[in-house]
Every structure is written in structure tokens, then in C-alpha cells.
Design a protein around this ligand. Structure first.
Ligand SMILES: Cc1cc2nc3c(=O)[nH]c(=O)nc-3n(C[C@H](O)[C@H](O)[C@H](O)COP(=O)(O)O)c2cc1C
Length: 350
């Protein structure tokens, strides 16, 4: 039986407990470069005893960013500021992971704090790309359908990004294939109506993700873990669903992917989602039955919920998102044996 503060070893990496911070965009970078905000933000959750810190969606190319303020990893200059973050996270005993991302048709938007509207080429945005020229919102500019040569370039960008992630000291890569971003757009028949080898059948729609996994594995050491974040369902009839997700996870497992971060939705504007506490845990439980490790995420805010998820074998790791934005020291207050040590600097406050 797993408990919150039991370490988990995946390949050569030991995560000190079962608590993780999921990737959460901060929209605080300029030219993709991490800065003091990112160092303090991620560092604080590491001092707070969270075992796994997954750095936010980080663009493998400038046009792969959701906003002009996303982190990037398309240039060697991005490595040094990310290295400061991984070094600090590791100095606190936590493990640093990074989510590699391409936003596809959901790229080129303003930051949420500015209203989050699509940006055109006239006001700081860029032309977006997708499997098919279908916009996320009918009021938005249509994305350009990618040619096969352009798809190959994106696969190459993920490979180069993985090399830089290694150089920056990350111990885990998570490929972002969820939430309606580029890879998910390829997986779903609602957003991918291509007639070439990247569209149509399940096999063809999965091809981009599988080729990205291959490309990353060419440069990512065999003894370091590789995660994939998936949306287990589009929450829409005739869309990507749990059955296809499970089929895909079996293939990913055989390819040597270590863990599926089990999310859902984000691909379709009018999806029928019912968001309530623990609403995605069932996906994690079903995917875990294929034999691959999973992380559960989504409206999990209480230690009792985490204990139950682990005791019921519904996930190997539990990710706590917005609760960690409210309370970075969540883990230090969990009343269980072996909980993380308070930072020695703070002991007088305990
Ligand atoms: C501010 C914010 C930014 C987010 N950015 C990302 C991201 O970069 N990549 C991603 O896969 N999910 C992102 N998400 C989704 C979270 O990783 C998580 O799945 C979601 O918030 C549900 O977990 P929670 O209910 O514990 O917050 C973001 C969520 C928030 C609140």
C-alpha cells in the first residue's frame, strides 16, 4: 500500500514522496527566458516539501507558445536560467521535471490577465498551425494545416528541446499531449480531419505523439523517466475518448514511457465537462490498469483524498495544482508520519 510520504523510484530517479506540482503556466517570461519569478515560484514549492515539481508548459518553438509570455526552450540561451531553477529544486530534495509543449491552434493568445484574446500578426501574435484548418473558437483566425515537412520540423524541435532540458538539469520530461494543444489536436478526430498518414485511423492520429516520443528518446538518457500528459477524453461525442486513451497508453508503455499524467478536456469549446472534486481520478485508475504508472490531477485539495487515491491504487503520484498556488506549504501541514522536514531556517516558527 502506498502512502503519501513513501518515496517512488522511476528508472534512476527517486521522488521523495507522492506529491507533485502539475505544470502551471505563469505567463511571466520574456523571449521564453525564465527569471526570478520562476525561481522563487518553483523554489517555494520545493522548500514546501513537494516531491515532484513539473515546470509549466515550455515552448519547443516560439510559435508553439500559448502567449508571448510562456517559457521557452528553443534556444541555448534558455538553458542557464532554467539550470538555476533545477539546481535549487534539487538542493531541497525535490525532483525537477519540465513539460515540453506546442500549443498548435491555441497559440498566439494574450496572457489571461490581459483578457486572453487571440493575437493577430498586427498586434504581437503569429500565424498558428494545426493538423487541420479548424479554429478552436469560430470567431478566431483559422490555423494553417501543417505540411509533413513542417510536422517533421516540430518533431525535431521536441528532440532539441529534450537535449536542452537535459543540459538544464531536469530529471524528468513530460510531453504535453493534453488540453487541446498541438499533439491532442492530432489525436482527436474532431480537430484532425487529415487524409494523409497523420490523420484518419487511430494509428495515424497517434503518429505525431509516437514520433515525438521516439525523437525525445533518441537524446533523453534511458535511465531518466519520460512522462506524457494526456486528456483522457474530449468530453464530446465522436471525440477522443477513454477507450482510445487506454489503447494509446498500452503502446506508450511498450515504448518505455514511464508515467501518464491523467487530465482531460481542453480541445473543444463546447465540451460537456462536469468538473467536481476528484473528477479525473477515474481516468487515472483505468489507465493504471494497463500496467503503466499514473499521476492523478484535478480538484484534489485535501490530504484525506490523496491518501484514498493512493490506498485504492488509483494513482502512483498525486498532483496538486491550484491548492499549491494558495498554499505552497500544504505538504508541511499534512499530519502523517514521515512528512517532509520543515526547512531548518523556519524551525523557530514550527
Ligand atoms: C494557472 C494555471 C496554469 C496552468 N498551466 C498548465 C500548463 O502549463 N500545462 C498543463 O498541462 N496544465 C496546466 N494547467 C492545468 C493544471 O496542470 C492542472 O491540471 C489543473 O489546474 C487541475 O488541477 P487543480 O484542480 O489541482 O488545480 C494550468 C492550470 C492553472 C490553474
Amino acid at each position: 500500500m502506498n502512502t503519501i510520504f513513501e518515496p517512488i523510484t522511476i528508472k534512476s530517479v527517486t521522488i521523495p514522496n507522492r506529491l507533485g506540482m502539475p505544470p502551471m503556466c505563469q505567463y511571466s517570461a520574456q523571449n521564453g527566458l525564465a527569471n526570478n519569478w520562476h525561481l522563487v515560484h518553483y523554489g517555494t514549492r520545493a522548500t514546501g516539501g513537494i516531491g515532484l515539481i513539473i515546470v509549466e508548459a515550455t515552448g519547443v518553438s516560439p510559435e508553439g507558445r500559448i502567449t508571448p509570455y510562456d517559457l521557452g526552450i528553443w534556444d541555448d540561451s534558455h538553458v542557464e536560467p532554467l539550470t538555476k531553477i533545477t539546481q535549487f529544486i534539487h538542493s531541497q530534495g525535490a525532483v525537477a521535471a519540465i513539460q515540453l509543449a506546442h500549443a498548435g491552434r491555441k497559440a498566439s493568445h494574450d496572457a489571461p490577465v490581459n483578457g486572453g484574446k487571440q493575437l493577430g500578426t498586427h498586434n504581437g501574435g503569429w500565424e498558428t498551425v494545426a493538423p487541420s484548418p479548424i479554429p478552436f473558437d469560430p470567431n478566431e483566425i483559422k490555423p494553417k494545416a501543417l505540411t509533413t515537412t513542417e510536422i517533421e520540423k516540430i518533431i525535431f524541435d521536441f528532440r532539441e528541446a529534450a537535449k536542452r532540458a537535459l543540459a538544464a538539469g531536469f530529471k524528468i520530461i513530460e510531453i504535453h499531449a493534453a488540453h487541446g494543444y498541438l499533439v491532442h489536436q492530432f489525436l482527436s478526430p474532431l480537430t484532425n480531419v487529415r487524409t494523409d498518414e497523420f490523420g484518419g485511423s487511430f494509428e495515424n492520429r497517434s503518429r505525431l505523439l509516437l514520433q515525438i516520443v521516439d525523437a525525445v528518446q533518441e537524446v533523453w538518457p534511458l535511465d531518466l523517466p519520460l512522462f506524457v500528459r494526456l486528456s483522457a477524453t474530449d468530453w464530446k461525442e465522436n471525440g477522443w475518448d477513454l477507450a482510445e486513451t487506454i489503447q494509446l497508453c498500452q503502446i506508450l508503455k511498450n515504448k518505455g514511457v514511464d508515467l501518464i499524467d491523467c487530465s482531460s478536456g481542453g480541445n473543444i469549446l463546447d465540451a460537456n465537462m462536469e468538473i467536481k472534486p476528484l473528477y479525473q481520478v477515474v481516468f487515472s485508475e483505468a489507465i493504471r490498469k494497463t500496467g503503466i504508472k499514473t499521476a492523478a490531477v484535478g480538484l484534489i485539495t485535501k490530504s484525506e483524498q490523496i491518501v484514498k487515491i493512493l490506498e485504492n491504487n488509483q494513482a502512483d503520484i498525486v498532483l496538486i495544482g491550484r491548492e499549491l498556488l494558495r498554499n505552497p506549504y500544504f505538504a508541511l501541514y499534512i499530519d502523517e508520519k514521515n512528512r517532509p522536514q520543515w526547512p531548518v531556517q523556519y524551525l523557530r516558527a514550527k
